[in-house]
Design a protein around this ligand. Structure first.
Ligand SMILES: [Zn+2]
Ligand SMILES: [Zn+2]
Length: 425
C-alpha cells in the first residue's frame, strides 16, 4: 500500500489518539474530554477551531439527561479538561469544526468524522486486543463499539497531513468532528457548516466492507427514525382498587409486542425494534408511567416513513384502548441519500493510487443507517456533492457488541484516502 500523506509520525500519533479515545469513551452530546483532546491538537496545527454554542445548532437538539450530563462533566474535569473550556461546551455542546484556508483558490471541502461511543460494557476476554494491550475502556459501561474512536483518530491524522502538505491542497478544508451519530441526532445540528460547501465526505470503519484494504463506496443508506413513547396513566393499589388505575405499562407492553406485527410492504426491506421498555414503581401498584425507545428502518425514505407512520398509529391505538396518554417524540432521523455519482471515480482513483484498486468496491447498499445521510441530502439540495465510504477493518466482533474491534491499519487507509480525495477535488 502506498502512503503519500500518512508518514510514520502521523501514523503513531493516530494510533495513540485512537487508543486514548478508546480508553475514555463518551456517549452522545457528552463527548467533553474527546472534544477537548481534538481541540488541543487542532489548534496547535494552526486550524481555526469553532466549538460550543457557535458550533452546534441548538434548534431541535436532543439534550442528554441532566443528571447523566453533570456526571459526565464532572468526570471530564477529573480527567483534565480545564474548567474554562468545559464552561463553554457544557450542556452537550460537544464536537467542533476546524478550518484551514489554503493559499491556492479552490472549492470548500467538508470532511466529517463522528466521535461518540455507546452504552456497552467492553469485553475483558483474553482474545480482545484492547483488554490484552491495556487500552480497554476506563469508563464502566461505556465503549467505543462502532469504531468512532478510529474515525476521530483518522480525522486528527488528516488534519496533521494537510497542515504538513499545505501546498498540495486548494480552497478551504473544513473538518467536522460530529457528536451524537448514534441515535442519528448530531448531523442535523451541523447543517450550517455545509451550507456554503462544495463537497461533504465521510466514512466508516467496517460495516459492509470486511477485509483490510477494501474501500466500498456506499450508494444508499437505510432511512431510519428513532421514536420515544412515554405513556402516562394513573397509579392505584393493585389489590384494593385496581379498577381505579390506568396501567401505562400495559399500554407500553402491548405496543412493544404489536410493533413486530406491523404488516410489511412487499417492495423493499424494512425493520423495527423496540430496544428499551421501562415503567412502573412497585409490584403492587398499577403502573402510572412507562417509557420505550423504538426505531424503524427502511431501504429508502418511503419505506421508513411507512414503518414510522404505522408505529405511531399503533401507539395512538394503545393510548385510546388502555386510556394511558401517549407522548410520542421523534428523537432522531436519518434519510437514505449518500453518494453523488460524480465522486465515485475520484474515490476509485484514490484507491488505485494507493495500490488498492483491486479492493475497490462500488455501490453497495449500507443495510444500516448513518446520520451522514442528513448532511448528504442537505448538500445535494444546495447543489453540492457528497461521498461516503466504508473501510474494511478485519473486524473482531460485530458493531455494537462488547467484542468489537478492528485492525488499526484501517485508520491509516481511512486518513490517506480522504487526503488523496481532498487533494483531487
Ligand atoms: Zn454505531
Ligand atoms: Zn458508527
Amino acid at each position: 500500500m502506498k502512503l503519500k500523506f500518512i508518514n510514520e509520525n502521523i501514523k503513531n500519533e493516530m494510533i495513540s489518539a485512537r487508543r486514548d479515545m478508546h480508553m475514555y469513551p463518551e456517549t452522545a452530546f457528552t463527548e467533553y474530554r474527546t472534544t477537548y483532546k481534538i481541540y488541543e491538537k487542532l489548534t496547535k496545527l494552526g486550524y481555526n477551531v469553532t466549538y460550543g454554542k457557535d458550533f452546534l445548532d441548538d434548534k431541535n437538539r436532543w439534550h442528554p439527561d441532566k443528571e447523566y450530563d453533570e456526571m459526565c462533566i464532572k468526570r471530564a474535569k477529573k480527567e483534565g479538561v480545564p474548567e474554562e473550556f468545559l464552561s463553554k461546551i457544557k450542556g452537550g455542546f460537544t464536537g467542533l469544526a476546524a478550518e484551514m484556508s489554503l493559499e491556492k483558490e479552490g472549492k470548500t471541502k467538508v470532511l466529517r468524522f463522528d466521535i461518540d461511543a455507546l452504552k456497552i460494557k467492553e469485553s475483558s476476554k483474553d482474545t480482545h486486543i484492547p483488554a490484552i494491550e491495556g487500552f480497554k475502556s476506563k469508563h464502566e459501561g461505556l465503549m467505543h463499539a462502532c469504531g468512532h474512536d478510529g474515525h476521530t483518530a483518522a480525522g486528527i491524522g488528516v488534519a496533521e497531513a494537510i497542515a504538513q502538505n499545505k501546498e498540495k491542497f486548494t480552497g478551504k478544508i473544513r473538518l467536522l468532528f460530529q457528536p451524537a451519530e448514534e441515535g442519528t441526532m448530531g448531523a442535523k445540528c451541523l447543517l450550517k457548516w455545509i451550507d456554503d460547501a462544495d463537497f461533504c465526505i465521510g466514512g466508516h470503519i467496517g460495516i459492509c466492507a470486511q477485509n483490510l484494504g477494501e474501500i466500498d463506496v456506499i450508494s444508499d443508506f437505510f432511512a431510519t427514525s428513532k421514536i420515544d413513547v412515554e405513556f402516562t396513566g394513573r397509579a392505584s393499589h393493585a389489590g384494593i382498587a385496581p379498577e381505579k388505575g390506568i396501567n401505562a405499562l400495559w399500554a407500553a407492553a402491548v405496543l412493544t409486542a404489536s410493533a413486530y406485527d406491523i404488516r410489511r410492504p412487499d417492495f423493499g426491506i424494512t425493520g423495527i425494534n423496540v430496544g428499551t421498555l421501562e415503567g412502573g414503581t412497585a409490584r403492587n401498584i398499577v403502573a402510572d408511567h412507562a417509557f420505550l425507545q423504538a426505531e424503524t428502518r427502511g431501504q429508502n425514505t418511503l419505506l421508513n416513513d411507512y414503518m414510522k407512520d404505522e408505529f405511531i398509529k399503533l401507539a395512538k391505538r394503545c393510548e385510546s384502548a388502555y386510556g394511558a396518554k401517549a407522548d410520542i417524540r421523534i428523537a432522531g432521523e436519518g434519510v437514505s441519500e449518500s453518494t453523488s455519482e460524480e465522486l465515485i471515480p475520484i474515490a476509485q482513483k484514490a484507491a488505485e493510487d494507493m495500490g488498492l484498486g483491486d479492493k475497490f468496491l462500488n455501490g453497495k447498499s449500507f443495510g444500516a443507517s448513518e446520520d451522514f445521510s442528513i448532511l448528504a441530502q442537505h448538500i445535494q439540495e444546495k447543489g453540492g456533492r457528497s461521498l461516503y465510504m466504508a473501510f474494511g477493518g478485519n473486524l473482531k466482533g460485530e458493531h455494537h457488541t462488547p467484542d468489537f474491534d478492528f485492525d488499526e491499519k484501517t485508520i491509516l487507509i481511512f486518513a490517506e484516502t480522504l487526503c488523496r480525495i481532498a487533494e483531487n477535488l
